[in-house]
Design a protein. Structure first.
Length: 292
């Protein structure tokens, strides 16, 4: 087993080309330094130094070992500081899940805010629907999720980070023209629907907005970009978050809705009492922004 003392002694001898000068720099006598290097060579299994009466030179194996030895010493010197940074949450990795609609307009700004405040924290991203994120938060695969409600507050904690108005996505030549439109104007329309399982939140949101309005229900899908593709194909109209208007599929127009108070809410969610120090720093930021 190599020791850092052996490695450090070898580096100084190699750089000085002399056991005598190396021993002086290391504040030790020459014989124990020589024994230290001999033991290192036995442990490594090759000769690292050519010794003559006048100087010490590196063997080819020693030249390669010198490069690795310097790298090892640099890591050893940096390790305590790195450990302190990790413990304080100033560095590390936070694994973040996000829904597709969060990625359209909100996600980039959200990540930039965190990176500006915590530049040494790495953010690892994973796109999935809310239900999958909750499972991955429970299993520990994710640290933080950007999810749609509801979520179990007994296990999770969260803060509201974004509220998105709803707009109506219609085919280019739709009868409603350029809008804006009221809910009563939607009477008799054929709507593309959100699948009540994986897209439960938007399915319930759509039901609340269209309560009391006579309408047909067409294809059921999970992802907004799929819904917009079906709108372009003339399969129906769709209620989508305003951030979806960042997408511009050919043949689709977005109409503002009047007197609709419902908003698509997005929460940052995590398991209570996070063990990851970097996640604790991110959570503190989120709670500060929320209070402000």
């Amino acid at each position: 087993m190599l020791s850092l003392e052996q490695v450090r002694g070898f580096v100084v001898v190699a750089e000085e080309g002399s056991f005598r000068r190396a021993a002086e720099l290391l504040r030790m006598t020459q014989p124990p330094l020589s024994r230290q290097i001999q033991k290192l060579e036995r442990d490594v299994g090759v000769q690292l130094l050519d010794r003559t009466q006048r100087q010490v030179e590196l063997t080819p194996a020693g030249a390669v070992f010198l490069t690795e030895a310097k790298r090892l010493l640099a890591l050893a010197e940096a390790a305590p500081g790195t450990a302190r940074l990790v413990a304080a949450g100033n560095t590390g990795t936070v694994r973040i899940g996000f829904t597709a609609t969060a990625g359209f307009g909100f996600l980039g700004h959200f990540l930039n805010q965190i990176s500006q405040a915590l530049p040494r924290v790495e953010l690892a991203l994973s796109e999935s629907v809310s239900a999958q994120q909750f499972g991955e938060l429970s299993s520990g695969k994710l640290d933080l999720g950007l999810c749609r409600p509801p979520f179990e507050r007994t296990e999770f904690e969260g803060v509201l980070v974004h509220r998105d108005p709803l707009v109506l996505a219609v085919p280019e030549q739709h009868r409603l023209g350029a809008g804006p439109v009221g809910v009563r104007d939607l009477d008799g329309e054929r709507f593309l629907a959100y699948a009540p399982g994986p897209a439960r939140y938007f399915a319930e949101l759509m039901a609340r907005v269209l309560a009391g309005v006579s309408h047909d229900v067409g294809d059921q899908v999970t992802q907004v970009h799929t819904m917009l593709a079906l709108v372009a194909a003339g399969r129906g109209v769709a209620l989508v978050p305003e951030t979806a208007s960042h997408l511009h599929p050919e043949g689709v127009r977005y109409l503002p809705l009047t007197a609709v108070r419902e908003r698509a809410e997005l929460y940052a969610v995590w398991r209570g009492q996070p063990a990851n120090p970097a996640l604790r720093r991110v959570v503190n930021l989120l709670e500060t922004w929320h209070d402000a």
